[in-house]
Design a protein around this ligand. Structure first.
Ligand code: MN
Ligand code: MG
Length: 649
């Protein structure tokens, strides 16, 4: 081993013993150079700090804000590189506005690039959502970037040729602390989850193929080294993932860190933060340094809410040979916490705001304008007491999307059911907290009213018996009703959140509220001999407990949210990257006009004798009583709700 290949620290450790044996001159042969890597990821067209679903500004995200962090971080150092990891051109109404309304002709610049071209990006990587509008749209968009793009694992249909530049060897000059410049070759390679072939099958099938991330890295990293890459940066649009491969891993960053030659990883896709304490028990991870198996790594959240930094300390010897001697990853947020509230940490970059002003204004017009039509009034006033149109439109859209998605998989033969819950159904959020959209034109911003959360679609594989238990858990929202009592009986258990009242469409059933609930609010079996769900049927026949179904739901429920029986994340068969509300918008665009009327697939079972129960809803629901069966108005309560009576008979 020569002196020049040792780290500076090692040299000084050996100095006491070696000082007489070696002339000091040889120590000066190595120079320290610092390099800061900056990463943005999963911007999803959030150029502006604007929530287009709520139609209001939001200071917790936006590239307009990250841009300010980028300028500060760049100004602190002599050498830096700025890289975007992808999921850039799709994911909010501005993306839909460009793709569906304004259009993107050859020569047009996508607003994301109007902004990014001002910020001095060095390289971009292609994320899975880049394929959502098809290969041609992507190609047109990419032409607007004033910086190069990489992707190494999307291949031609025959799997032989790379569709994009797999990697770049950037030739840069880095300044040392004395201001002297040192030439360096920086290799940058990009990856996307091979799952794009399922997620965007209709755009990609027969046109491209996608290869395993780690296998692709093993092929290209040695090639990059042989072409002289002094430093090698991997940019996987992929989360941390497992420590053991299952093959074609969607999240492959941990595995990628084991590929010899990789010096730094700028990752993403999972919309999470790294480094973070959350990972401290994962093998090979140093959360203080921000390393994965000793390799510097960072993942800066989503929508531009954080800037990711890796500060590398490099040593270069007289022969121009480089090595990484130290590394530190960190995150900077666009907001900071003050009294448990998010307050802005930086202002918008005025140049970014000005660059996308026309597109932002166009998007505002787009979200406020009808994109489809609904044939019936869409409200959630009776969502807890009868089958409801505000849930029906969600379950219909999910079913439409998932049936198409499963066609590309081994699950294509499974019958698809679809689960949805009322997110806006009064309760603790108050008497204003309902959905009510008149029949007629529906605008994009109304979709936020239908689907409040940025959940993503997931599909679980369950048996008929498990479908029943799922509904039994839901039915815990009802208090037990005594048909022989003349006292006032409230139907709804207020401690049970309405977002856990899943209706499952695709089956029919009745709920017998005169029996004890089978599960408590925490999913604990509390009455093992009680069954509230009766006459559960599929296609008109009592359900076969052994029959297997695919149920469309969301990531929250599928991963155990609400502690439903048999839903613990283990039976998830599809994790779509698509938000449920995006699926609803797609459904609207596809159908143009939809009839969201509830199909009345569930109802209350007839009690042993007629009984009247009470429930609360908005005073505005009074006008709808004429069309609701067995309901009458009682009078206002103290909290602004109206009390209604429902006769079960
Ligand atoms: Mn993403
Ligand atoms: Mg229904």
């Amino acid at each position: 081993m020569t002196f020049s290949s040792l780290s500076r620290r090692a040299l000084f450790r050996g100095l006491v013993a070696a000082v007489l044996a070696f002339p000091f001159a040889s120590l000066a042969a190595e120079t320290t150079v610092k390099l800061r890597l900056m990463e943005t990821t999963d911007i999803h067209v959030h150029v502006m700090n604007y929530d287009y679903y709520r139609d209001q500004a939001d200071h917790s995200f936006g590239l307009s804000k990250t841009a300010s962090l980028i300028k500060i971080a760049r100004g602190e150092v002599a050498n830096s590189l700025l890289i975007d990891n992808g999921d850039l051109i799709q994911g909010n109404p501005m993306g839909d506005y460009i793709a569906r309304e304004k259009g993107l002709k050859d020569g047009d610049i996508h607003p994301v690039y109007k902004a990014m071209n001002l910020l001095g990006y060095d390289v971009g990587n292609i994320g899975n959502h880049e394929f959502n509008y098809g290969l041609e749209f992507l190609a047109t968009a990419l032409k607007g970037a004033k910086f190069p793009y990489v992707n190494a694992n999307v291949m031609s249909a025959d799997g032989q040729k790379n569709m994009y530049t797999p990697y770049l060897i950037l030739e840069r000059k880095l300044k040392d602390e004395a201001g002297k410049e040192h030439p360096i070759k920086i290799g940058v390679i990009g990856f996307v989850p091979p799952q794009i072939m399922a997620w965007d099958r209709r755009h990609l099938e027969g046109k491209v193929t996608a290869k395993d991330i780690v296998e692709t890295a093993k092929r290209f990293v040695p090639e990059m080294k042989s072409k002289g890459a002094d430093l090698l940066i991997a940019v996987p649009h992929s989360g941390l993932g497992p420590v053991e491969t299952a093959g074609s891993d969607e999240n492959a960053t941990w595995l990628l860190s084991k590929v010899p030659g990789v010096d730094a990883i700028l990752f993403g896709h999972a919309h999470l933060l790294f480094p973070s304490e959350v990972y401290k028990s994962v093998p090979g991870i140093d959360v203080a340094k921000g390393t994965v198996n000793g390799v510097a790594a960072v993942m800066p959240g989503f929508w531009g809410n954080h800037l990711g930094l890796i500060d590398l300390t490099l040593a270069v010897d007289d022969a121009g040979k480089w090595k990484v001697t130290d590394r530190q990853s960190s995150l900077r947020a666009v907001f900071r916490m003050q009294d448990r509230q998010r307050v802005p940490a930086v202002d918008n970059d005025p140049a970014v705001v000005a660059a996308v002003k026309d597109d932002h204004d166009g998007t505002l017009g787009f979200i406020r304008k009808p994109v489809g039509k609904i044939a019936a009034r869409l409200h959630s006033y009776f969502a807890l007491v009868q089958d409801d149109p505000s849930i029906q439109i969600v379950t219909d859209a999910q079913k439409w999307y998932v049936e198409n998605l499963l066609k590309a998989t081994e699950y294509r033969k499974l019958p698809v059911l679809s689960a949805g819950a009322p997110f806006k159904a009064g309760g603790r959020s108050g008497p204003e907290f309902y959905t009510d959209i008149p029949a007629g034109p529906l605008a994009v911003k109304n979709v936020a009213d239908l689907y409040l959360y940025p959940n993503t679609v997931q599909v679980v594989r369950v048996t008929g018996a498990q479908v029943k238990e799922w509904l039994e858990m839901s039915a815990g929202i009802f208090n037990q009703i005594d048909p022989n009592s003349a006292a006032e009986q409230a139907l709804i258990n207020q401690a049970f959140p309405s977002y856990n009242y899943d209706v499952i469409d695709g089956v029919t059933y009745k709920i017998d509220v005169t029996r004890p609930r089978r599960y408590d609010n925490d999913g604990k079996l509390v009455a093992s001999d009680s069954h509230r769900i009766i006459d559960l049927a599929y296609q008109g026949r009592l359900i076969d407990p052994e029959m297997v179904f695919a149920v469309a739901t969301n990531n929250y429920r599928a991963s155990g949210g609400g502690k439903f029986p048999a839903l613990d994340g283990k039976n998830v068969i599809v994790e779509s990257p698509e938000e449920n509300r995006t699926v609803i918008i797609e459904y609207l665009f596809d159908k143009g006009s939809i009839d969201p009327s509830a199909d009345n697939n569930w109802s209350f079972a007839k009690p042993s004798k007629p009984v009247t129960v009470l429930f609360e809803s908005s005073p505005a629901a009074e006008a709808l009583l004429a069309s609701a069966k067995g309901m009458t108005k009682l009078g206002p309560d103290a909290n602004g709700f109206m009390r209604y009576a429902l006769k079960l008979e």
